[in-house]
Design a protein around this ligand. Structure first.
Ligand SMILES: C[S@@+](CC[C@H](N)C(=O)[O-])C[C@H]1O[C@@H](n2cnc3c(N)ncnc32)[C@H](O)[C@@H]1O
Length: 228
């Protein structure tokens, strides 16, 4: 194939990947625009557990923070007053729920309707922290990689990230329960237990994982690291 043809073939392939990602994001967006109306009620049994973790997860974050996939804003009340927060969210309906939750906040905060896989409105190298809970696990591996690339772009060098995700357990009993809930969590949240977030970050050229731990059993995986 002549060089020019090679280049246009590559451009076509990249466009196809972008088009597919765009379509997948649209599916997620539509799902969450509907789920938003009953998200907090549906999530209540799990939120009773998460609520105990959230203050610790965000309490020590300082500086300029990007929270990706803020959802209905469950983390927002726990940030320290010395932070400057930008929260991004794909679904306008989820975002409008989060907006109600920032009314009493004592820190500087801006919530934006923005796609974490593109971050078109976000300048590079400006954040001290990227924080996210349960966003990557709702993304297919293909679009997750795009979000992880964006994390690397918008973090300052030396900036840190902390992500909480759900993964499959190795414990047979827990795994059986997860298998039981799989159709439900996929249908309602687009979430899956087999997303490979940790591996995608480990393969990234500018993000380095410094610590992994489980918050409960071997299913709630906390991934922490640094922009090198
Ligand atoms: C399972 S919810 C978690 C919400 C919140 N972080 C929490 O802990 O309750 C996942 C959220 O990620 C959002 N999301 C999914 N893909 C996104 C993207 N590409 N950009 C921004 N937000 C996204 C969804 O709209 C949804 O609100």
């Amino acid at each position: 194939m002549p060089a020019n043809n090679n280049v246009s073939h590559e451009i076509n392939e990249i466009s196809k990947v972008n088009m597919k990602s765009h379509e997948k994001n649209l599916v997620l967006q539509t799902k969450y625009n509907v789920t938003a109306y009953f998200y907090d009620i549906l999530d209540y049994p799990w939120e009773r557990i998460y609520r105990k973790w959230r203050p610790t997860l965000v309490g020590d974050l300082r500086g300029k923070i990007l929270e990706a996939g803020v959802g209905t804003g469950r983390n927002l009340e726990f940030y320290h007053e010395d932070v400057e927060l930008v929260g991004i969210e794909l679904s306008k309906q989820m975002l409008s729920k989060a907006e109600k939750r920032i009314k009493k906040s004592r820190y500087k905060v801006r919530l934006i309707h923005e796609d974490a896989t593109v971050m078109q409105s976000i300048d590079s190298h400006q954040f001290d922290w990227i924080f996210s809970t349960f966003m990557c696990c709702v993304m297919s591996d293909e679009i997750q990689k795009l979000a992880i690339e964006q994390f690397g772009r918008v973090l300052k060098q030396g900036g840190r990230f902390r992500l909480l995700e759900i993964v499959y357990s190795k414990n047979k009993k827990i795994r059986k329960r997860q298998d039981f809930f799989t159709p439900f969590v996929e249908k309602i949240y687009g979430a899956r237990f087999d997303r490979d977030t940790l591996r995608h970050i480990e393969r990234s050229s500018n993000l380095k994982v410094t610590n992994t731990s489980f918050l409960k059993d071997d299913t709630y995986l906390l991934i922490e690291g640094i922009r090198v």
